[in-house]
Each structure stands twice: as structure tokens, then as C-alpha cells.
Design a protein around this ligand. Structure first.
Ligand code: AMP
Ligand code: TRP
Length: 336
């Protein structure tokens, strides 16, 4: 028996409640999620189980998980229009991960780029860190997901989820929908302001001047953009050249937030200096983030309401994930 068919395309994505939510997360991920709310059936998961694959301070994790929920709703993920929930509230994720572990060769996991990067940064590597992509596969596959909107850096994990789904289907019969990664063309990689060769990252957002955090006020935003690394030249043009990465990043942020064409933007900044560019980009970012920040602050002030919304989300998620995990257990020969 397979699960009930659904008409609208199913979308599933996850986000870690680690570090501070950045403009990169917003432009690379959340904005796309919000844009698809009406025409698709959406599940958004705050992946706390993934977060503990590297050491966390319990009090920090607790606070950040609520902050993440508040910021996602503030960005426009209306809980009336999508299912927003916390991963650990739905047991099927951990259970599904275990079963999928048993059809996933260790070699597939050792090849993952993110694992290689993250394991270099750890003194002691947890088994969970290696297993991270299998849990992600469980997240996706439990919901018969068609589309997984993610930044470029997550494509490899979604491809692994496809491989795991195919392998399970071959071994036990048709069970899983094969999901597609959906990678936005633009804004797929917002660069760090202090090092435009690398991506703006939540986990480094505590470093002043690295990122723009969505909860930042005007002064912090101006500070970070003013200090952004550029180059000794003076041309304000979109460019792939490594030495222009800083200016290019500022221009892309401006492009993403204003929606102007590249030609219009280059014409607008022609003959102007980097100081001027930074001032204008800061102004655009401040205005774009102002309403998000205001909504965020009002949710943070009301954790009871926030927890209520998350409980409703978890219930809706369980309504899909629980029957699916039963189906999976039956397929592998468990008494259910
Ligand atoms: P993470 O911050 O790594 O948990 O990522 C959460 C989501 O935001 C994923 O879909 C990422 O690919 C996306 N994302 C994170 N940082 C950036 C960035 N600098 N530019 C674009 N997308 C990003
Ligand atoms: N690994 C993803 C990231 O760091 C987060 C994530 C967990 C996810 N489960 C997911 C993304 C399922 C998409 C689908 O960005």
C-alpha cells in the first residue's frame, strides 16, 4: 500500500537553528520558499536533530530554535499557508533515518563535501555528522516530496537522497518519490562581506562584519557593509573575476533586493566610488529588512503563541509522516 496521492506538488526544505539567520539564507533560500507558498504544498522543517551533529550549548539551541521559527514566520512563511515545524517533534524522522541507514553504504557518506569540510573543523567527529545526509534523506522522503528548494551547497545531499530512495525502491518495491533539487540561479550564493571568496554563513555570523543578520538593525547593517572587502580598483561592474568578488557580491545583493536589471544597475553606479555603492546597498538592505525585523521582534516577545503555532505545524507534519513510516516498516518486514 502506498500513501495517498496528492495533487499539488509537494515541497520540503529544512533549515538549521544554528548561528544567526543571514541575508544569504533569506536570498538563497527563504525568499524562494515564500514565493511558492500558494501554488504548492509546502513543508518547512527546523532541523534541530541535524544541529546536534556538532556540539551545541543546550540553552543556546533552545533559544535559537525559537528565534528561527520567529524569523521564518517574519520572512513570510505564514503558518496558515504552509506546515512549519520542528524536526524533533516528529519522531518519524529519527526512525526513518535508522531504516535508511541500513540501505546506505558508508562510502556514499564519506564522499560528501559538507562532511569533509565539517569534519576537518571538529576535534572529535560524531557518528551523527557522518550520518547527517541520511537524516536529511529521511526528512525529504517521508513527505513524498517532489521538490527540495535549497542553496547550491545542498545539491549533493539531495542527490544522495535520490540515490537512497532508488536503492530502497529497488530492494523493497516502490515506496519513495524521487525528489528534485531546486536551486535558485541568482542569489544561490551570497558571499561573506569580510571574505568574498567564501559564502556568507550562519555559523560565522557572530563575527562582526561577516554577515548581515536578518535581525540586525540599521547601524549593524551599515557597519558590516561599510567594512565589506572590495578591491583596489574603482569599477562598479558585475564580474566573475576573483578580485572583483566583493564588489560583485554587493551588486548582486542590490540586484536581488531591487529587481533592477544589471545594465540599469551598472549605469546607475557608473563613475561613482565604492563608498557610494556601499551607502546605497546599505540603504536598500535596511529598508528590505525593516518589516521583517519588526515582525520578528513581536514574535520573540510572545513565545507562548510561537510554541502554539509550532505544535499545530508538528501535528500536520505527523499526519503525513506517520502513515509513511508505517508503510516503510511494513516494507522492510516489521510487525506494525
Ligand atoms: P545553512 O545556513 O547552511 O543551514 O543553510 C540554510 C539554507 O540557506 C540552505 O538552503 C542554504 O543553501 C542556504 N544558504 C545558506 N547560506 C547561503 C548563502 N550565503 N547564500 C545563499 N544561500 C545560502
Ligand atoms: N542540510 C540542510 C542545510 O544545512 C538542512 C536540511 C535538513 C534540509 N534537512 C533538509 C534541506 C531537507 C532540505 C531538505 O541547509
Amino acid at each position: 500500500m502506498t500513501s495517498l496521492p496528492h495533487k499539488k506538488l509537494r515541497v520540503f526544505s529544512g533549515i538549521q537553528p544554528s548561528g544567526a539567520f543571514t541575508l544569504g539564507n533569506y536570498l538563497g533560500a527563504i525568499r524562494q520558499w515564500v514565493a511558492g507558498l500558494d501554488e504548492k504544498e509546502n513543508f518547512f522543517c527546523i532541523v534541530d536533530l541535524h544541529t546536534i551533529t556538532v556540539p551545541q550549548e543546550p540553552q543556546d539551541l533552545l533559544r535559537r530554535t525559537r528565534e528561527m521559527a520567529a524569523i521564518l514566520i517574519a520572512c513570510g512563511l505564514d503558518p496558515q499557508k504552509c506546515t512549519l515545524f520542528i524536526q524533533s517533534h516528529v519522531r518519524a524522522h529519527a526512525e526513518g533515518c535508522w531504516i535508511l541507514n541500513c540501505v546506505t553504504p558508508v562510502g556514499w557518506l564519506e564522499r560528501m563535501t559538507q562532511y569533509k569540510l565539517k569534519s576537518q573543523q571538529q576535534e572529535s567527529i560524531s557518528t551523527g555528522l557522518l550520518d547527517y545526509p541520511v537524516l536529511q534523506a529521511a526528512d525529504i522522503l517521508l513527505y513524498d516530496t517532489n521538490e527540495v528548494p535549497v542553496g547550491e551547497d545542498q545539491k549533493q545531499h539531495v542527490e544522495l537522497a535520490r540515490d537512497i530512495a532508488q536503492r530502497f525502491n529497488n530492494l523493497y518495491g516502490e515506496t519513495f518519490v524521487i525528489p528534485e533539487p531546486i536551486i535558485p540561479k541568482l542569489g544561490a550564493r551570497v558571499k561573506a562581506l569580510d571574505d568574498p571568496a567564501t559564502k556568507m554563513s550562519k555559523s560565522k555570523a557572530y563575527i562582526r562584519g561577516h554577515a548581515i543578520r536578518l535581525a540586525d538593525g540599521p547601524d549593524e547593517i551599515r557597519y558590516a557593509i561599510k567594512r565589506a572587502v572590495t578591491d583596489p580598483g574603482r569599477e562598479i561592474v558585475f564580474s566573475d573575476a576573483p578580485e572583483k568578488a566583493g564588489v560583485n557580491n554587493l551588486l548582486e545583493i542590490y540586484e536581488l533586493l531591487t529587481g533592477y536589471t544589471r545594465e540599469a544597475i551598472e549605469a546607475h553606479f557608473a563613475g561613482k566610488g565604492y563608498g557610494h555603492l556601499k551607502q546605497e546597498v546599505a540603504g536598500v538592505v535596511i529598508e528590505a529588512l525593516r518589516p521583517i525585523r519588526e515582525r520578528y521582534l513581536s514574535f520573540i516577545a510572545d513565545p507562548v503563541e510561537l510554541d502554539r503555532l509550532l505544535a499545530v505545524g508538528a501535528e500536520r507534519a505527523r499526519a503525513v509522516a506517520d502513515p509513511k513510516i508505517q508503510e516503510i516498516k511494513r516494507k522492510v518486514g516489521f510487525i506494525v
